[in-house]
Design a binder for this molecule. Structure first.
Ligand SMILES: Nc1ncnc2c1ncn2[C@@H]1O[C@H](COP(=O)(O)OP(=O)(O)OP(=O)(O)O)[C@@H](O)[C@H]1O
Ligand SMILES: [Mg+2]
Length: 294
């Protein structure tokens, strides 16, 4: 049984259906991607999974139990950890103290009294080292670069030793080398037996580290599968580009750079390397017909 199951979840905000009968899962030991154009419902799904948003309908199961009505802090205690698209660290604290506070919160007052947990300086510094930000330990969190702040979010999350890691756009602000290291770290964390569910717009990272990917469009899961299958799926290409490549022979025949695909600004800010194989490359959407705007 998967560690996390999202079962026919619907979220409506007034007349807007942000999530529409979404079904997907994340398994222990695997990195699972949740992708889709801007506004597809990814963060709303994360809010439902972590307990910030009650679904209009549907269920969330975690670690063998239904948690749909379980409050955020109890899900967290059961082993869900989450980072946010918007950075959440305490700006006036140092990087080290941010992680220490997170560790203290997770182990709770009882743990603190009994000395249980990993908020010792050694434990905290090991976490900073692990995510690659030990050099920033003494810096105030509001003075560090965005990419470092994202890694700090991850360290804060890991301080709770989660079984499931929910990462919302964790690589934004990281440079290429940092992103590569981050991908390796995700693989290591999965190899420890954690389930990782990641919303991410960097398609090289997604395609490179995920074992499985679920694609959302207008709140619905339109595809689930391994990276290679997702990349070649016409419905996925259509969701990102606004049209299926084979609908436009002239455009499909034109050469372009891998990963240089850009959609209309309101639809996507991502590069989807929509290649059917290593040699077929699609043109930038600007060369194709209009129709991607929502
Ligand atoms: N609290 C809310 N009230 C009303 N509408 C909302 C609310 N939260 C999200 N929405 C709408 O629900 C839809 C899905 O939003 P969501 O933030 O989940 O998308 P996303 O896939 O995370 O997008 P992005 O890639 O831009 O982060 C959007 O149309 C959004 O405007
Ligand atoms: Mg989002």
């Amino acid at each position: 049984m998967p560690l996390l199951e999202v079962d026919h979840v619907v979220v409506q905000f007034g007349g807007v259906t942000a999530v529409n009968e979404a079904c997907f899962a994340a398994e222990a030991g695997r990195v699972t991607g949740l992708i889709g154009p801007n506004g597809a419902g990814k963060t709303t799904c994360f809010n439902v999974i972590s307990g910030l948003q009650r679904p209009t309908r549907g269920a969330v199961r975690f670690d063998g139990r239904k948690v749909t009505s379980v409050p955020v802090h109890r899900r967290s205690k059961r082993g869900m950890g989450r980072t946010f698209q918007r950075l959440e660290a305490f700006g006036s604290l140092t990087v080290r103290d941010n992680v220490r506070v997170a560790a203290d919160i997770h182990r709770g007052l009882l743990g603190a009294v009994r000395g249980i947990g990993s908020s010792s300086r050694g434990g905290v510094d090991a976490l900073l080292e692990r995510v690659g930000i030990a050099a920033y330990a003494e810096e105030r969190a509001d003075s560090i670069p965005t990419g470092t702040a994202r890694l700090l979010e991850l360290a804060r999350c890991l301080a709770g030793d989660p079984k499931l890691l929910l990462l919302d756009e964790p690589s934004s602000g990281l440079d290429e080398t940092e992103t590569d290291d981050f991908g390796d770290l995700l693989r290591d964390l999965a190899a420890e037996g954690r389930a990782i569910l990641m919303v991410e717009h960097d398609m090289d990272l997604v395609m490179g580290v995920c074992d499985e990917i679920h694609v959302l469009d207008f709140g619905s899961v339109i595809a689930s599968g391994e990276p290679q299958a997702i990349r070649a799926d016409p419905a996925v290409q259509k969701a990102y580009l606004g049209y299926a490549p084979e609908e436009d022979d002239a455009a499909a025949g034109a050469a372009g750079a891998v990963g240089a695909v850009e959609g209309p600004a309101e639809r996507t800010r991502t590069d989807l390397p929509v290649v059917a194989d290593d040699t077929t490359v699609l043109p930038a959407v600007a060369a194709g017909p209009a129709g991607g705007a929502r």
